[in-house]
Ligand binder design. Structure first.
Ligand SMILES: Cc1cc2nc3c(=O)[nH]c(=O)nc-3n(C[C@H](O)[C@H](O)[C@H](O)COP(=O)(O)O)c2cc1C
Length: 184
């Protein structure tokens, strides 16, 4: 299975650091999964306004639609997910992620915004009919050292558990038909 790890940040480095840690934990549990990180910061993003899409956006859409599962990593911007991440998801066919496993990790500058994942990001992925793992991990700036190493042990424990459940959801997803029966 091809697993795409999407780093939704365009400025900083913490979100990518969590994602690379998740990648290591998933590999430890199942080395057969093909893992690739897609860094949004490396793409030339384009607002979805009806104009022809540039090469980066076409590549991004292809990678997302062809993957068999995802870990989405998002920073919190203005008490929500970044516009660039929502804009990217707006470009994806609503049927492309159906019954595919998804885990979410997030990083914020305050402790107050962890419910952004629960209240804002999960409903979008539910619309796509993704198999979203019930556990997600929210980190705060204080969980990192200056080199972006995660220094809070409870975060490592939660990321290990996330990886474990994600791998099980991958197995479940393999048994499910991806072709939609309903037309909605
Ligand atoms: C434009 C912008 C808006 C932000 N808004 C919030 C916010 O509403 N709540 C919050 O907790 N952190 C907010 N932050 C802080 C980031 O979520 C936090 O620094 C995060 O760790 C950044 O991840 P990164 O290093 O991967 O970019 C904001 C940062 C930026 C750049």
């Amino acid at each position: 299975m091809k697993i795409l790890l999407v780093d939704g940040t365009v400025f900083g480095t913490k979100t990518g650091a969590i994602l690379r840690q998740v990648e290591r934990y998933i590999k430890e549990i199942d080395s057969t999964l093909e893992l690739e990180i897609l860094y949004f910061a490396k793409l030339k993003h384009q607002i979805l306004d009806g104009s022809p899409l540039n090469e980066d956006m076409q590549m991004m859409i292809e990678k997302i639609e062809e993957a068999d599962g995802y870990v989405f990593a998002t920073p919190i911007y203005q008490a929500s997910i970044p516009g660039v991440l929502k804009n990217a998801l707006d470009m994806i066919s609503p049927k492309a992620m159906r019954y595919k496993p998804v885990s979410i990790v997030a990083s914020g500058g305050t402790y107050q915004h962890h419910l952004v994942v629960e209240n804002q990001f999960k409903p979008i992925l539910d619309y796509f009919k993704c198999l979203v793992t019930p556990n997600y991990v929210y980190t705060h700036t204080s969980h990192f050292d200056r080199d972006d190493n995660i220094v809070e042990e409870s975060i490592h424990e939660r990321l290990r558990e996330l990886a474990q459940i994600f791998v099980q959801y991958c197995k479940l997803s393999e048994t499910l038909p991806k072709q939609p029966i309903d037309k909605h």
